[in-house]
Design a protein around this ligand. Structure first.
Ligand SMILES: NC(=O)c1ccc[n+]([C@@H]2O[C@H](COP(=O)([O-])OP(=O)(O)OC[C@H]3O[C@@H](n4cnc5c(N)ncnc54)[C@H](OP(=O)(O)O)[C@@H]3O)[C@@H](O)[C@H]2O)c1
Length: 349
């Protein structure tokens, strides 16, 4: 077997490595570098774990080196088998991959944090994560796939002292080397101000919904001005999201006339334009796809044919402030306005 063939069998090969090398890197406050596009792994309830794992393999072969995982996605074991194969066959070294996982809402009790991280490490077959996030700042339990109107018996609003107890356990994980960085997700400016005031280790990243119809300029600028890297979820407006996450007011950024015009000018799909915009703006999009053609097109988009300043400005002008992932199911008993979760109708703390 020639070297070239064995390299191809190992997976990815020269093509994958060349694309990976061309992807811009974000520099975190620690000095660590994180690829500026990641691959999402939430199957949105309709892509089964094996298919998500297959997509992760396609993504690696297409040049992705950053993978956004979470225990609640129910597929870390399958994704972990793919990561193991990539590492053991020499397709990539562990230090060439960036793997994120997340602590789910029913594991906020300090005693559960380490156990939950250990479980993710076992499932992902890793000694340490690159980034471990608190998935949502609200403690609650609800059965997978339950209706958005259901309220968990133990669901509570954000209680800062309680969150900080969870955060202290996250800080311990970083000190113990179980994760190289810790971060938050789905927090707002008022919550972040308190977290930054009291944290011994500041969050390295905030993972937040970001797409052309939901640009969150205030939060985006706040995190960047505090040395926190914004990671953007649902960067394409999550066209495949579960039914429970859809409301009649939702808009579709990929059908916006401005996106369609720019896509036509670039002879590209609007999804590719959304990703170019995201990376050029300074966030790190984490698109998911189960389609190898889309997977490859999405990463190629961010390393070729950039948007002009005029195109960036035109997209800045189409923000509809349209939040798609509202989080209704995380509301507590007696609360029925999801804007409470986002401190849009007064804070609860
Ligand atoms: N922290 C959090 O609370 C949180 C919340 C939500 C999501 N996330 C993370 O963010 C990731 C991304 O979000 P998401 O998966 O909901 O939404 P998304 O990445 O915005 O959209 C994924 C959808 O877009 C389609 N798509 C992908 N590339 C395309 C292309 N080039 N052309 C046309 N369609 C394309 C995919 O369909 P095909 O499969 O047919 O390509 C899939 O249905 C998740 O997987 C997860 O890792 C985090």
């Amino acid at each position: 077997m020639s070297n070239e063939t064995s390299e191809r069998r190992a997976g990815g090969g020269d093509h994958s490595a060349a694309i990976a090398a061309a992807v811009p890197q974000r520099v975190l406050a620690s000095g660590a570098k994180m690829p500026a596009i990641g691959f999402g792994t939430f199957g949105s309830d309709h892509v089964p774990p094996d298919a998500v794992a297959g997509a992760v393999r396609s993504a690696f072969d297409a040049g992705y080196r950053h993978f956004d995982c979470a225990s609640v996605y129910g597929n870390e074991r399958e994704v972990g088998a793919v990561l193991r194969e990539i590492i053991t066959t020499g397709a990539a070294r562990r230090d060439e991959l960036w793997v994120t996982s997340k602590l789910w809402n029913d594991k906020h009790a300090p005693a559960d944090v380490a156990a939950s991280c250990e479980q993710s490490l076992r499932d992902l077959q890793l000694d340490a994560l690159d980034l471990y996030l608190v998935h949502w700042p609200f403690p609650n339990f609800h059965p997978p796939g339950c209706d958005v109107t259901s309220r968990g018996a133990d669901a509570r609003p954000y209680i800062h002292e309680e969150f900080m107890r969870t955060w202290r356990a996250m800080e311990r994980l970083q000190r113990e080397g179980k994760t190289r960085h810790i971060g938050v997700s789905n927090v707002t400016v008022p919550k972040l101000k308190l977290i930054l005031r009291d944290a011994e280790i500041a969050p390295a990243v905030n993972e937040m919904e970001l797409h052309p119809h939901f640009q969150q300029p205030e939060l985006f600028e706040f995190v960047r001005s505090h040395g926190i890297v914004p990671v953007g979820y649902c960067p394409l407006g999550s066209p495949g999201r579960p039914e429970r996450d859809r409301t009649p007011e939702d808009t579709d950024p990929l059908r916006d006339p401005v996106m369609l015009r720019i896509a036509a000018e670039h002879n590209a799909h609007p999804a590719e334009i959304a990703l170019k915009w995201a990376v050029q703006r300074g966030q790190t999009p984490i698109p998911f796809s189960s389609n190898p053609r889309n997977i490859a097109a999405n990463i190629r988009a961010v390393i070729s044919n950039p948007l002009t300043d005029a195109e960036m400005l035109a997209i800045a002008g189409i923000d509809r402030r349209c939040r798609l992932i509202k989080g209704q199911v995380f509301l507590w008993r007696g609360a029925d306005d999801w804007r409470l979760l986002w401190d849009e109708v007064g804070t609860t703390f």
